[in-house]
Design a binder for this molecule. Sequence first.
Ligand code: GCB
Length: 886
Amino acid sequence: MTRLRKVLFFVCCFFPFITLQATVKYTINEEWKFYPGDKAGNHLRNCDDSKWELLNIPHTWNNKDATDDAPGYYRGIGWYRKLLYIDSMATGKVTSLYFDGANQVTELYVNEKLVGSHKGGYTRFCFDISDYIKQGSNNLIAVKVDNSHNGAIAPLSGDFTFFGGIYRNVYLQVKERTGLSTGDFASDGVYIRTKSVNEKKASIEIQTLLDNGEHTKRKVLIIQSIIAPDGKETSIGQQQYVLAPNSFRTSFTRQLTIENPLLWSPETPDLYMLKTTVVDTHTRTELTSQLNTFGLRWFSFDAEKGFSLNGRHIKLIGTNRHQCYLDKGNALPDELHIEDICLLKEMGGNMLRISHYPQDPLILEMCDKLGIITSVEVPIVNEVTETEEFLQNCLQMTAEMVKQNFNHPSVVIWAYMNEVMLRPPFADDSMRHAQYCREVNRQAAAIETALRTLDPERYTMIPFHGSLKRYEETGLVTVPMIVGWNLYQGWYGGRFADFDTFLADYHAKYPATPILITEYGADVDDRLHSFKPERFDFTVEYGDLYHEHYLQTIMKNDYIAGATIWNLNNFYSEARGDAVPHVNTKGITTMDRQLKNTYLLYKVALSKEPMAFIGSRSWKYRSGTDMGNGTCLQPVKIYSNQPKVDVYHNGAFFKQVDIPHHCITLDFPFTNGNNSIELRIGNKTCDWSQLSFCLLPANTQQQELNELNVLLGSNRYFEDREARLVWIPEQPYTAGSWGYIGGQPVRPKTRSGSLPASAVNVLNTNNDPVFQTQREGLQAFRADVREGQYAVYLYWANLAANAPDKLIYNLGSNAVSNNNRQCIMNVSINAQPVLSRFDMNVQPNMTTAIVKKVLVNVMDKKGITINLEALEGKTALNAIRIIKLN
Ligand code: GCB
C-alpha cells in the first residue's frame, strides 16, 4: 500500500466523513409588519410600512372580528412584510421559506419579485428563494394572504370560522444544493412504508428522494441506520449513487427487515427512527443528515368485529379537534397544540379524528408519541364545485396531506369529503341533482384512487351525515373502505334511541362495510343548567344524558369500530347563534379547555386507575328556594369508575353511593353560603369542590329577599360568571312569594319540533341565555317583598327578529318564524306607568338586548307588581331582576 493509500484507508475507516451542520432550519416568526387589506406596491421597497402593525406569527386577522358580538368577519387580503437578514454562509446553498400553514391563498415576494403561490389553508408549503436573495444582507420578504371565499378551493363552507393569516410557524431553511429533496409537496424526502408487520418481523420499504442542484453530476453516499426505541443504533448500510446535474427528486428505494419489532400501540407508543446521512463521496463531507420517526404496527378494520391493532381488538374512542382557542382564533402557540393531545390522552382517549383538515405538524407528532390513533382529512366539506380546477386543487391537497404525514404511525385512515351531501345545491331539480351527484362521485373516485395509490397501506373513509339516501344516490356508499357516520339523533332531531336503530339498520343493509362514528355530540354551554333537561336547551344536564346514552351504545356493539366525539373543544363558528354566539359548544372542554362533565364521564369510563369526580365543577354559584328547613335540595353529578364512593357534605359524612354506569346524580341539601363536597374512595380524597349557594326565602314577606334573578319562559339556570350571580327558572306567582301571572313560554317552532329556547345571537350582551327565553302574553310579574327601596331590571329581546334558519348546521331545526313580530306594550310598576308604547324591536332583523332599570319604593306592604298591557301583538318579557337597595 502506498503512503497516500494508507492515509486514505485510515481516513475512510476512522474518520468516515466530516460532519457539519449541513442543514439549518429555524422559525422566523418575529417582527412582521401587517396590513389588513390590499394596496398596489405592498411588495415594493418604497412601500411605507411604518404605520403597519408590528406583530409575531402565528397570527390571524380574525381573532377579534370573528368572535365579537357583531355578525360577519373580514374575508379578504392581508399583507405581511419582514426584513430578513440572510447570512453569507448561505451563499452557494439552497435557501427556502417553509410555511406550516397560511389560510388560504398565499403569494410570496422576495426583494420585490414574485417567488410563487400556494392554494389551500391547511397543508404545508415551501419556496426555494435562493435565486431571489442577497446573502450577507437584509432581504425584503412580502407575503400576501387571502382568505376570501374561493369557489376553486376547498372547503367552500363549513361550521367553523375560516380565520385568515399566517397562522402557523414560518421557517427559514438553508441546506446544501445536493441532498435530501424538499420539493416533493414540501415533504422531507423520506417515505417509510411499513409493508407487513407481525410480532416476529417487520418488512419496511424506504424511499429516499435526492436533489442535486449543482450543474455537475455528483457522487453521493447514503448512509442509513435504524435507532430502535431503546436507543440502540443499527446500521442498515451505505449505498453510493451518482446524481445527474440539476436533477430533482431522484428516487432510491430499499427494503429492510426488522426482527422482533417493538410494536407501536396506545399503551406502548414505541417509536423507531431512521437516520439518513448524505455524504459527498469525494470530499467525504456531510451534505444532509435527517431523522425520520416511524412506528411498527399492523391494523385492520372488520365490518363485524371492529378495529384491531397488532392482532388485538381495540375499541377506538376519542374526539375530533378544531384548531382554535379562546380569543386566539386559529393562531396557536405550539404549547396549546400539545395541550390538546395531552388532554385527550389524559381522558383515556385512543383516537383523534383530525377534522376537517390537516393540522399543525405537532398534532401528529404528539399522537405518535402518546399513542393516539388518527384519521386525517382532505378539507372538502359540505359541497364541491363542479369544475376540474376544484378537483385538481383537492388532489394537490390530497398529495400534500399524504406525503407530508406519510411516516406517522398514528395515522391509520385518510379521509375526505365530510358530509358532502348535506345541502346538495340542486335538490329541487332532479336532472340537475343527478348531474351534481355524478360529479361528486367522479371527484370522490379520483381522490380515492389517488389515496390508494399514494398510500396502499392505510384505509380510506368518507364521513356521511345521517341521510343514507343522499349517499346512496351519489354512489358514495361503496367508494371508501370505511364509512364514517356523523350522527346527532336526540340533538338536531329525534330521540337518543334513534341512534341505535339507525346504525343497526345500516349495518344490516351494508354488513361488509366497517363503520366509525366520526361525530356525535350535543351543544353545552357550561353556564346553563336544568333539572328538566330538553333537546336544544344547551344545558350541561342534557349534554350529559346524550353522551351517557351514546357511550353505552358505542361500547356494547362490536360492529361499531369506534367513535370520535364532536368535539374535543368548543370551537369558533362565526355563523352560529346558540347560547354562546359564534361558538359551536359541542366540545367536551370549553374554548379555554376547562373540563365539562362529559369529559369526566369519558375519563372515568376509559381509565383504569380508581378515580372519582364531582360533576359541574365550574358551577360555583347556585340558587334555590328554602324548603322550610334552611336548605334547598339540588342535584350534583358524581363520576367514578369504582362501585362505591363516600360522599361528604360541608365536612361531614353524607352518604356512600353506588355508581353503576360511571355516574349518578345525588341530591344535596344546600345551605345558604359556601357548601363543600368531597369524594373519597377508601381513605383517599379524590375530589373536593366548593360552591356558593344563595338560599331564597320561602316566604318573601316574612324574610328579606335581597336579590332575585328570573329567566322567564324557562326551566334553565344560568350562571353569569362575570357578575357571580345565578339566574333561576320562572315559577307561577303564589301569595307571599314571587312569580309570573299569565302567558306562556315562547318555544321557537322548527321542523323537528318546538325548542325550549331561541338560538339567535342577541346583540349587546355576552349573556345571551338571559335573553333567549321569553314569556309571551304575560299579564304581570309579582314579588311580595318587604318595604324598602328596590331596583327592578326588565330584560327584553325580540326573539322573532332573526330566524335561525340561516344556520346550515341546524340540521332539521330550521325555524319557522314570523319575522319582526310586533309587540308594543305599556308597562307599569305598582300602578305607576313606566314605559308607554314600548317596542322591543329596536333594530330591524336583529335581536338586541334591552335592559330597563327602574327604581321602586315599596311601601305599605304592597310588594312589587309589574303589569304589562298589550297595545299591538302580545306582551312579552324575557327576564327580570330585583335587588334590594335599602
Ligand atoms: C357536522 C359537521 C361539523 C359540525 C357538526 C355540528 O355534522 O361535520 O362540521 O360542526 O355537525 O356541530 O353541527
